[in-house]
Design a protein around this ligand. Structure first.
Ligand code: C2E
Ligand code: CA
Ligand code: CA
Length: 610
């Protein structure tokens, strides 16, 4: 049996957080005793009761993270996977003995230095000697004395923290070193595989280092390196690089010192390698100004090479090598600059930089516009609402669709002003329709970035007041996946939005986590079945069953159901049959400018206020 994190005070941290608590995988300094409490303590013992007693003693001593393993056969794999900071290992166990596990640990390159305290009920001197001989760090006799236990664990952890500090950190800058970088890189690659995400290695070289060293000597160059490390660290830490998640994943970007004038930034959990260009650009900028060394001012521009996993390489060695090669290319092009290893990525990243600059002007230059797509009541066949969909008309007349610029706007933060513009414009249109006696609803899409920005409720409230609309005709569409990022926060914000009188719709339903059970935890008015279900509707009985089930369930929860992407009469017929409320799609109309919506509304007569 494997029991993870039995402790009640803390939510179970992921393998990553557990690992990051204190072992070298962490990249954090943990050399003070206070932080030892964060250490992950693993116990392997065939008697659960012993482990529980030991855990209680250690909890009293302030420790919080425990992993208990009862089955000695899975112990070794768990140790490798979880990498605890210390192991309390029972000697006598069925199947696999403590000695056997210890022997395997001491011969494994990744965990051979793991501190192991052997728990033994035999007090024979010979067994103890044998344990020490096999590499046990310390041993304890059962039954365990609480104060002796706490002391031994503390001393062992303190010794380990000190050794880690020597082994894994650079004394000049206090940054984690190459060894830790490689360890962490390997782990991050596995994580990327599991999560289907990307990672990037930014190799940062300070080109003028040798010249400075030769001219001014080690003291000055040490000072410069120290200051440079701080500047780079500040770029890496900047919070706006990290996504909207509020889970405190501040270590998605980590800085290491690899050599005299070489640093590396490991960027994890990226959607694409190109996203790391932003950190690179920031570092380059930070390195532009001169450094104050005691006798002089020194310039130390950087070159950066970027290689991505899994795009560019499949193992640590070639990945790091490719980042170095890319860095050399950047240097060849003449000093301060960054290069991706793959030429396609260089092109993509350039395009993105251009697009971001253009998008910035799009808001000011009135290049954005809203199209509206009718939402039709299935029973009456009348338009009861519209969804506002953004378009970007470039000065040359080219029309850009949101899929091409919304992700970029989210990444760059531009989505905030852009989203505000959309909301204001849509509400102004809604006010106009209401003044004309057209009581249709208007739906606006909100991105996750806006949702988690912190002031959404206030800004929506302001727009509602300024446009003097009846807010019950405003629907805010939020994609399903956003709900799951931070459910507590989501529930709070949704409640706030609903409190303004507006309606909430869960967009793209079915594409995210799709556990129907959580529908009841969110304040909601409407569910939009994702287009992908509609595509298969005519051919797939499973899709039919799914859509029927969603409609049925949503009605049980008093939610209106809208089917999006309805393209043909057969789909509509099916939806009619199962009692779906509204539909939206090319069958009725594509998204069109207001000028084309108005005649549609006029021809169906006035839609009364309800
Ligand atoms: P969405 O919210 O799921 O919007 C529906 C998309 O499906 C629209 O694409 C619409 O043109 C398209 N569509 C509608 N009916 C059909 C159909 O019958 N068949 C097919 N194949 N497609 C149909 P569009 O306008 O390109 O928007 C794409 C996405 O961009 C939207 O997906 C939404 O997530 C996002 N978006 C659009 N406007 C905004 C905005 O103002 N703010 C934010 N944050 N996101 C927006
Ligand atoms: Ca939508
Ligand atoms: Ca949708």
């Amino acid at each position: 049996m494997f029991i993870e994190q039995r402790n009640q005070h803390f939510p179970p941290p992921s393998a990553q957080t557990a690992r990051e608590s204190s072992n070298p995988g962490a990249g954090k300094r943990d050399d003070n005793l206070a932080s030892l409490a964060n250490a992950t303590i693993m116990m392997v013992d065939d008697e659960p009761i012993t482990m529980e007693v030991v855990q209680t003693f250690l909890e009293d001593a302030g420790y919080e993270r425990f992993q208990l393993i009862e089955d000695s056969r899975i112990a070794f794999d768990k140790i490798l996977e979880e990498r605890p900071d210390i192991l309390l290992l029972d000697l006598m166990m069925p199947h696999v003995s403590g000695f056997e596990i210890l022997e395997k640990i001491r011969t494994h390159p990744h965990i051979k230095h793991l501190p192991v305290i052997m728990l033994t009920s035999s007090s024979e001197a010979e067994t103890k000697l044998q344990a020490l001989d096999k590499g046990a760090t310390d041993f304890l006799a059962k039954p365990v004395d609480p104060s002796e236990l706490a002391l031994r664990v503390r001393n062992t952890l303190a010794a380990k923290a000190y050794q880690d500090q020597l082994a894994y950190y650079d004394p000049l800058t206090n940054l984690p070193n190459r060894r830790l970088f490689l360890d962490r890189l390997e782990w991050s690659m596995q994580q990327a595989d599991r999560q289907n995400s990307h990672l990037a290695v930014l190799h940062v070289a300070l080109n003028q280092f040798k010249r400075v060293y030769d001219n001014f000597g080690p003291r000055v160059s040490d000072q410069v390196i120290k200051q440079a490390a701080i500047r780079i660290q500040n770029c890496v830490r900047s919070s706006d690089l990290v996504g909207h998640d509020s889970t405190g994943e501040s270590d998605r970007y980590m800085l290491y010192r690899l050599g005299a004038n070489e640093f590396s930034v490991l960027c994890t959990q990226l959607q694409q390698t190109e996203s790391s260009a932003k950190v690179a650009a920031r570092i380059l900028e930070a390195m532009q100004s001169s450094f104050d060394a005691e006798v002089t001012e020194v310039l130390m521009p950087a070159s950066i090479g970027i290689a991505g996993y899994p795009g560019d390489a499949h193992d640590i060695e070639s990945l790091t090598q490719k980042a170095v090669i890319a860095c050399a290319q950047a240097e060849e092009k003449g000093g301060s600059g960054f290069e991706f290893y793959s030429s396609q990525m260089n092109i993509n990243s350039l395009q993105r930089i251009h697009m971001e600059a253009n998008l910035r002007h799009a808001v000011e230059n009135n290049e954005l516009l809203l199209y509206y797509q009718p939402k039709v009541n299935i029973k009456s066949g009348l338009i009861v609402g519209v969804e506002a969909l953004i378009r970007w008309r470039k000065p040359d007349g080219e029309m850009v669709f949101p899929d091409q610029f919304i992700p970029l706007a989210e990444e760059s933060g531009l989505i905030i002003p852009l989203g505000e513009w959309v909301l204001k414009t849509a509400c102004a249109q809604l006010a106009l329709w209401q003044a004309q006696g057209n009581w249709i609803s208007v739906a606006v899409n909100l991105s996750a970035k806006q949702f988690y920005a912190g002031n959404l409720v206030e800004s929506v409230s302001r727009v509602i007041n300024e446009s003097s609309i009846d807010p019950s005709y405003l629907t805010l569409e939020l994609t399903e996946s956003l709900f799951m990022d931070d459910t507590t926060l989501a529930v709070g914000t949704l409640g706030g939005l609903m409190g303004l009188g507006s309606k909430i719709s869960m967009d793209d339903f079915g594409t995210g986590y799709s556990s129907l059970g959580y529908l009841k935890s969110f304040p909601l008015n409407e569910l939009k079945i994702d287009r992908s279900f509609l595509t298969g509707l005519n051919a797939s009985r499973q899709d039919q069953a799914l859509v029927s089930a969603i409609v049925y369930l949503a009605h049980e929860f008093d939610l209106k159901v809208v089917a999006e992407g309805v393209e043909d009469a057969a789909q509509l017929k099916f939806l009619t049959g199962i009692g779906c409320d509204q539909y939206q799609g090319y069958l009725f109309s594509k998204p069109v400018p207001v000028a084309e919506i108005d005649p549609m509304l006029a021809s169906q007569g006035i839609q009364r206020r309800v």
